[in-house]
Design a protein around this ligand. Structure first.
Ligand code: DQA
Length: 140
């Protein structure tokens, strides 16, 4: 199973962001944790970008390529990006939305969500555990 793990803007700065929302691990440490917790038949590809267009292009490559599933934390683009919504809509495999914080229980603007309707499942509010829950879901 080929899984593309996409992280959006500012997630490369984890470790420096507010720990009460995002925990204390860096993105590299989260990726390492995912590698350690994946099933033996899972192949993980990690991609992070601060650019909306680069994320759209990466999802388009997955649509045309061999990814079986996408785990995506679109960061702030969750709340703004019709383009990421439209790209994810084209992908036929499992699409898992992940957030470190509980986006539904923070500022009102974080309740606006452009990706949830095109994702199969959402895991949020468990800090790095949200990514592990996404992996567990795909294991099943
Ligand atoms: C986030 C939540 C978003 O609202 C925020 O803009 C982020 C991270 C999360 O993982 O909790 O950058 O997606």
């Amino acid at each position: 199973m080929n899984i593309l793990v996409i992280n959006g803007p500012n997630l490369n700065m984890l470790g420096k962001r507010p720990k009460e929302h995002y925990g204390s691990l860096t993105l590299d440490e989260i990726n390492k944790l995912m590698e350690e917790n994946k099933a033996s038949d899972m192949n993980l590809e990690f991609f992070q970008s601060n650019s909306e267009g680069d994320i759209v292009t990466k999802i388009q490559e997955a649509v045309l390529g061999s990814a079986d599933a996408i785990i995506i934390n679109p960061g702030a683009y969750t709340h703004t990006s019709v383009a990421i919504h439209d790209a994810l809509e084209m992908f036929n495999g499992e699409k898992i939305e992940v957030h470190l914080s509980n986006v539904d229980d923070r500022e009102d603007f974080r309740r606006i969500n452009f990706v949830r309707s095109v994702c199969t499942k959402t895991f949020s509010g468990k800090k790095e555990g949200s990514y592990l829950e996404a992996l567990d879901y795909l294991k099943k």
